[in-house]
Design a protein around this ligand. Structure first.
Ligand code: NAP
Length: 269
């Protein structure tokens, strides 16, 4: 039996990719094999998804075309060493481990195997993820395309050179946290002006969602869209002036810079 997808470490990210690819019809449960560490978790996944589930990573590696490893960064080298000799030559290994470089993974594999470093974000859990994929130089185009399709079943995916992965981590990897803070603060503003808390959160979150969607759907520069909703002498320009006065723009730029620098310091080699 040859599985199209094997997931080693079906935790938050691994399970989200499994759920998304099944829901979108990209894969059927019989196309997938999973491994986790604990028996209770294995049983839960088997009951929920009816896919093959095991506690043995080598079993997954031996039989899968795409081997998605989604364990914690501190565990990935151990897993790579465990499966290195059994990975089929024609398979592609994909790692979602934050800050783990292609070179360090290649060293542990000690073989020339197609390899991709992926940086998804929490949006994958609601099929609105943003994933950057950095393939190792010798990874064939068709394998990169297959892996891209897999991540597109849980949102958007782009292929980038590995040199950009720290910046990706600082922007879209950490980004959901920044936006949660913005939504919370907008909702606080609504509460301050008398709106009930739940109403405020719904208004703020849907506004962020709608604004993000107009950027992606129209392809317009955000500044142009901002101009379109800013009536001369209206209320929006007063709100914008407050944001500029508070330094929102520069604060967000600095947040991405700091998180990128930190991601670089945390590299696992
Ligand atoms: N969460 C995010 O927003 C995010 C974003 C970008 C990248 N990442 C990266 O994605 C990876 C996974 O993150 P996560 O948040 O999904 O972690 P998680 O929820 O903790 O999932 C990790 C999974 O790995 C399993 N596991 C642990 N040791 C294992 C082993 N030796 N063999 C097989 N499975 C093993 C665990 O199984 P048990 O449950 O049975 O212990 C667990 O299901 C991390 O490297 C992280 O850096 C995460």
């Amino acid at each position: 039996m040859r599985y199209k997808l094997g997931i080693i470490g079906a935790g938050k990210i691994g399970e989200a990719i499994l759920a998304g690819s099944l829901a979108k019809g990209l894969l059927a449960p019989s196309d997938v094999i999973l491994s986790v560490r604990t028996e209770q978790h294995r049983q839960n996944l088997e009951e929920k998804y009816h896919a093959a589930t095991v506690l043995h990573n080598r079993e997954v590696a031996k039989q899968s075309e795409i081997i998605l490893i989604s364990v914690k960064p501190r565990t990935i080298f151990e897993v790579l060493q465990e499966i290195a000799d059994i990975i089929p030559d024609e398979s592609v290994v994909v790692s979602t481990a934050a800050g783990v470089t292609l070179e360090s993974m290649q060293t542990r594999l000690a073989r020339k195997i197609a390899l991709i470093r992926a940086m998804p974000n929490l949006g994958v859990s609601v099929c609105e993820g943003m994933t950057a994929l950095a393939p190792a130089r010798f990874t064939e185009e068709d394998k990169v395309e297959k892996v891209k399709q897999l991540f597109e079943s849980v949102g958007r995916a782009i292929v980038l050179d590995e040199q950009y992965m720290d910046a990706v981590t600082g922007l879209s990897g950490s980004g959901p946290a920044y936006v949660y803070l913005i939504i919370e603060a907008l909702a606080d503003g609504g509460v301050k002006m008398g709106l009930p808390r739940e109403v405020s959160i719904e208004l703020a979150a849907q506004t962020v969602l709608g604004a993000a969607k107009t950027v992606l759907v129209t392809g317009e520069h955000p500044a142009k869209l901002k101009d379109q909703v800013t009536t001369p002498a209206g209320s929006t320009i007063d709100g914008l002036m407050e944001l500029e006065d508070g330094g929102l723009r520069v604060t967000l730029i600095k947040a991405v810079v700091k998180a990128t620098e930190r991601a670089h310091q945390l590299l696992h080699k």
